[in-house]
Design a protein around this ligand. Structure first.
Ligand code: HEM
Ligand SMILES: [Ca+2]
Ligand SMILES: [Ca+2]
Ligand SMILES: [Ca+2]
Length: 696
């Protein structure tokens, strides 16, 4: 179905705030004054006074590179390339191995990424069928080797006036406003945004248990709001929210819920401080606060976590000449990097990071809010803050590569294939042409994309040429920039987009607010919003990073006082083990020549009550009773150091004093098991004796 352009006359009627564009930025007192507040319209129109449609819903995606349809006009690109599923099988299958982020990103990075995406882009599909060929014998989709299986989907809707000639190629349409303006919370059209409101005290509808309102007739007497569903639960058991994808997974639904709570919290506060404000005045003020927080969290915390130094710099002011429109390359390729970060399971953790219920496979959490089953969303947030993100690479978890929205054959789909195929559907230029269009040098060899030989070889086999790589694949194949989780081309596309939606926005929070209110909004972190609206207290400041660990030293405790004096040297090559609360060995390391050892996220640290134990001497001789210390990690910013193990000096056999292999106390880690009573020598000689007796 092509997308009819909505008539312009409809729009100029609803300018909630155009005339207020020249008002000074509001401080707290200004905010509490009655009257119109300059802020975003629901459909994004009238932000730019001379181009009312800029950034509004149902605008064509912009393009960074000229489209490359097979016929130069509208037909699907990549006709001679391998099938999207073949590419996915070769490059995106992660099997059972899960590599975690090497930048200490937490799972919150993907949850926020998806939530944010639903403020920025939604491309509706039309009714032109699009098939993805499944390679013969595909383990999941063609187990019987028929060679006739296809995955069936639809091409994206497009602007009806486009796709007529090479000078007017097909252009897809973004259903959402380009601004970060809470589209996913408030909706993108008046009917939806009104349906979500109570019209009392500025508030949004919620269930009595603090969850989103169920999308049923009782809550929505004038008609429920549009919500995508795959049929696991009936429509009226989904939650209602501003974006149709709000129930896509329970992590996303939890964030949707959090920001409705935050809106209502602001409503209460604003109403309390100025009881004369009416519902509309309170609603717009609370909405402006929430939008400001979404912007602050995205630019101050999230983008730096993902892009490192490539994140947009400081705000430099409003530029009315910039069109904020989302680029097709961003929506259809670059911003889908998040699909690589997903984990295969969702856990539910308590305040200390321990499970309160069995984990749920992600593949069962699609459009299935019942999975929450009375568990507080706090427990999902704690999980998101405590679990490392999967590595940002070409590999994608099975839940979305094989079981997206159902088992293979019954709704099962491959998100990697979809991303590749969607790029072809949209006629996205290949990776190399996209690079030149954004001012980057062409690559000449596969080694210019990545140092990874295996990926180079597979790209060569699949594409044959560096000039044919599907954009989404090329972007994910790139080696990461130093300090960032994405490669250079992805970074540039994402940065360019986030710079435009900020500088083009006359309502941008750093422009609209001033004084203490601006400072309050600007310093808001996602952890603050969590603490205000849930029972969570024990949580790291920046929830997008999980950076916890345990470290210490093995040293020669020459004076046997259980402490390390400066003259006491470190002992290398002793074996230290990390054991989790279920007694499972998580990992095992050797102390460095200076005696130091460490466990971090890469060596398996999560939230748990651990035992750290020293088990073998440098000769690999087992200690019969390994000495251990208990260390609890309960949040993502806990670095427990000085978990030291002192090895007392050797003593003559039969010596009268008993000493031991001691673990020393420290302030950071006061949790110490009892110290063994037999001397080191005895332990080792006992081990020797046992070995000898076994040999006999
Ligand atoms: C469980 C998590 C997720 C699932 C199941 C999921 C699923 C999907 C699906 C089915 C599509 C439509 C694909 C197509 O037909 O072309 C899509 C699109 C997209 N996804 Fe995700 N996604 C998830 C998480 C994320 C994350 C973490 C991000 C970014 C950080 C992201 C960014 C996007 C973007 C930008 C699009 C294009 C949206 C549009 O313009 O319509 N997604 N996703
Ligand atoms: Ca928006
Ligand atoms: Ca990955
Ligand atoms: Ca000592």
């Amino acid at each position: 179905m092509s997308h009819p352009k909505k008539p312009n006359r409809f729009r100029t009627l609803r300018l909630e705030s155009l005339q207020t564009r020249d008002l000074m930025a509001v401080d707290f007192a200004g905010l509490l004054r009655s009257g119109d507040l300059p802020t975003y319209s629901i459909d994004g129109t009238a932000n730019n006074a001379s181009n009312l449609e800029w950034g509004s819903t149902n605008e064509k995606f912009l393009r960074l590179a000229r489209s490359e349809y097979a016929d130069g006009v509208q037909s699907i690109a990549g006709a001679t390339a391998p099938s999207a599923r073949a590419i996915s099988n070769a490059l995106a299958d992660q099997g059972s191995q899960d590599t975690v982020s090497n930048k200490n990103l937490s799972a919150f990075v993907y949850a926020w990424g998806q939530f944010l995406d639903h403020d920025l882009t939604l491309t509706n599909t039309g009714n032109e069928v699009m098939l993805i060929q499944v390679p013969k014998g595909d383990t999941y989709f063609d187990p019987n080797g028929t060679g006739t299986v296809t995955m069936r989907t639809s091409r994206s809707a497009f602007e009806s006036a486009t796709g007529t000639s090479a000078t007017n190629p097909r252009e897809q349409v973004n259903s959402l406003s380009a601004w970060i303006d809470g589209s996913m919370v408030y909706g993108s059209d008046k009917t939806t945004s009104d349906a979500l409101r109570t019209f009392v005290g500025g508030k949004l509808k919620m269930s009595s248990d603090g969850m989103l309102p169920l999308n049923n007739a009782a809550n929505f007497p004038n008609g429920t709001v549009p919500q995508a569903n795959i049929g696991i639960v009936p429509d009226d058991q989904l939650y209602a929210a501003g974006d149709v994808r709000a129930n896509e997974n329970i992590e996303l639904t939890s964030l949707q819920t959090l920001f409705v709570r935050e809106h209502n919290r602001w409503s209460d506060r604003i109403a309390r401080e100025n009881p004369r404000l009416n519902d509309q005045e309170i609603y717009q003020r609370a909405r402006a606060m929430v939008i400001a927080e979404l912007q602050a969290i995205t630019y101050n915390e999230w983008l730096p976590a993902v892009l490192g130094n490539a994140a947009p710099g400081r705000y430099t002011g409003y530029n009315p000449n910039v069109n904020p429109g989302l680029s097709n390359e961003f929506a259809t390729a670059a911003f889908r990097f998040g699909h690589s970060l997903l984990g295969d399971e969702i856990e539910f953790l308590d305040e200390n990071g321990k499970p309160i219920a069995a984990a749920v496979p992600l593949s069962q959490a699609f459009f299935n809010p019942k999975v929450l089953d009375g568990k507080p969303i706090d427990s999902i947030f704690k999980y998101l803050a405590s679990d490392p993100s999967s590595e940002l690479d070409l590999k994608i978890v099975g839940s979305v590569r094989n079981f997206l929205f159902g088992a293979p054959g019954s709704g099962g789909f491959d998100l990697a294939s979809l991303n590749i195929q969607r790029g072809r559907d949209h006629g996205l230029a290949d990776y190399n042409d996209t690079r030149t269009s954004i001012g980057m040098p062409r690559i000449r060899t596969f080694a210019d994309i990545t140092k990874n030989r295996d990926v180079q070889e597979k790209l060569r086999q699949l594409y044959g040429s560096v000039d044919k790589i599907d954009l989404w694949i090329g972007l994910l194949a790139e080696d990461q920039l130093p300090g960032a989780s994405v490669g250079p081309t992805t970074a540039k596309i994402i940065r360019e987009q986030f710079e435009r939606i900020r500088s083009a926005d006359q309502f941008w929070y750093q422009r609209s607010f001033s004084g203490p209110l601006l400072r309050e909004l600007d310093s808001t972190k996602l952890s603050d919003v969590l603490k205000r609206n849930t029972s969570m207290r024990n949580i790291q400041d920046n929830v997008f990073l999980f950076h916890s660990g345990i470290e210490g030293t093995v040293f020669a405790d020459t004076n046997s006082d259980n402490r390390r004096q400066s003259r006491e040297t470190g002992l290398g090559n002793w074996t230290i083990e990390l054991v989790d609360s279920e007694g499972t060995l998580v990992s095992s390391v050797r102390s460095q020549p200076n005696g130091s050892y460490r466990f971090d996220v890469q060596t398996g640290i999560r939230t748990d009550d651990y035992k750290v134990r020293i088990t073998k001497d440098p000769q690999g001789r087992l200690l019969p009773e390994p000495l251990s210390r208990n260390v609890s990690i309960t949040r993502g910013d806990q670095w427990v150091n000085r978990v030291d193990f002192g090895v007392p000096p050797s003593r003559p056999a039969g010596g009268s004093t008993t000493s031991g292999l001691n673990s020393s106390n420290s302030l950071q880690a006061p949790l110490v098991d009892s110290v063994a009573s037999s001397s080191m020598d005895q332990i080792l000689s006992e081990v020797e004796l046992r070995r000898q007796s076994r040999r006999r």
